[in-house]
Write a protein that binds this ligand. Sequence first.
Ligand SMILES: [Zn+2]
Length: 545
Amino acid sequence: MKTAKIPNLRFEHFFRFEEVTDFVSRLASARPGLVVLDSLGNSREGRALHMLTITDRRTGAAADKPAYLIHGNIHAAELSGTHAALFTARQLVLDHPRSGLLRRAAFHIVPRINPDGAEFVVTTSGMVRSRTDRSEREPNTLYQADVNGDGLILTMRQPHPDGPFAADPKDRRLLVRRTKDSKPPFYRTLPEGLIHDWDGSDEIRVEGRGFDWNRNWSYDWRPEPEQGGAGDFPFSEPEMRALAEFMHGRPNLFGVLGYHTGPAAVLRPPSTGSDNDLNEGDVRVMQELAEFGAKYTGFPVVPVVKYHRKNARDINLRGHFHNFGYHHLGLFVFEFELGMLHNSAGISTERLFGVKDEPEYEALARRMMKWWDRQKKRDNIFEPWKPFSHPQLGRVEIGGLLRRHMAGPTLRDLKRIARGTYAFTLEHASRHPWVQIEELAVDRVGAGLYRVRARVANRGHFPTHISNKGKALRRLRAVRVALELAEGVELLSRQGHVSAGHLAGLTGSRTLEWFLRAPENRRALGAIRVHGGTGGNVRAAMSAP
Ligand SMILES: [Zn+2]
């Protein structure tokens, strides 16, 4: 069914919310037999949490097929995730029916799970991790605002005797850490904005309480300040709660991928502790899968706990999505860090993480600016410092690097990267469990007496419990078989319902047998219905021979 043209996805600028809405709506109306646009709910500011469900509906509903979830842009400035997710959505549609995957599996794609934060960053380039709580304005606290009216929220710098920065003598656009050898003027910096209820002192806080929605998940959640950004309680953030409820409501979910930006990497669990806290076999599978991501993107594979500068300690991220996905859902969860502008400038993740001190990092910033100067087609990543008379602070200069462009690779690079992450998703998703009814046979064994036999099998790659962790989790439901008998058909076996347990990948099966009594000349005896959990649901009609 072809009704409209599949929309182009241009990698030219980051999308505002209405552009995301326009793209997902047009993709859905172009292929209504494949794509359905839903919403997981609304954001705090009332924007829809768009979700595309993509599957060939002629071969079954999404809820009856193994399903793969992709989300992007939890972190407001990580806008590249939205484009990468939309790329996969569009490519799945373009590659159908050649790939065949949409006949067997379903995809749920949430390109922008944080539309409010993203809108703030797209439109102002201001600074927000996930959400900034401005409900209670605190005294002596700076709240971001476009005070000079140029449409952007940049950095304010002001000469100050205690200023921790100086202009970089090698690139006057940049600021560097003040050292004993630095020459004045020394600058203090603040985000562009206004100070609420200021007492005129130097003790100026930057707006108030930051939230990190990738610390708001329920596994090993810890309150602030133990875990920065955690929020008030697990799933206190409606957007995260909507996503978690969706995930828990879908027993057919077998794989999850999230898009972020930071030094380019394929991230895998664990997000606390070490590999030793996970099942050994599971670690092996996760590593193998992640290596596909590395192969298709050129990114290194990094367990979340190791995603840090080389000379730092391992990190422990409490309430993190990876641990939730593995420990609560029993799934193999991955995140792509799609890169940052440094990566586009040819500075590798290994190099970025190998940085020992601030001067070395500043040298990389200069290298990035030199690279940027050489680009013919380029985003505006830097605004020159311009004097401004601030209503509270007096003379300041406003300018500096645009955060929204620093946070990800160039859009041109992103297009190539998104192709690689799509290839990874195909590899991961093609391993879905796949529950089937085979060798269904109905034999007449007497007058009005029938024996029904069938084999219930998993012919997909993953076992129905996906991971070894998943074996014991109640969330990953074992395979259940039920008989639906036509009217007048009577079950002679002790029970029609069978719990078949979990089925191994490719070779896992169970042969089942029932005896029925039916009126003579009755053809339709009913159906066998299998609830296959991650392997999908399947039904087969039973007919008298
Ligand atoms: Zn992120």
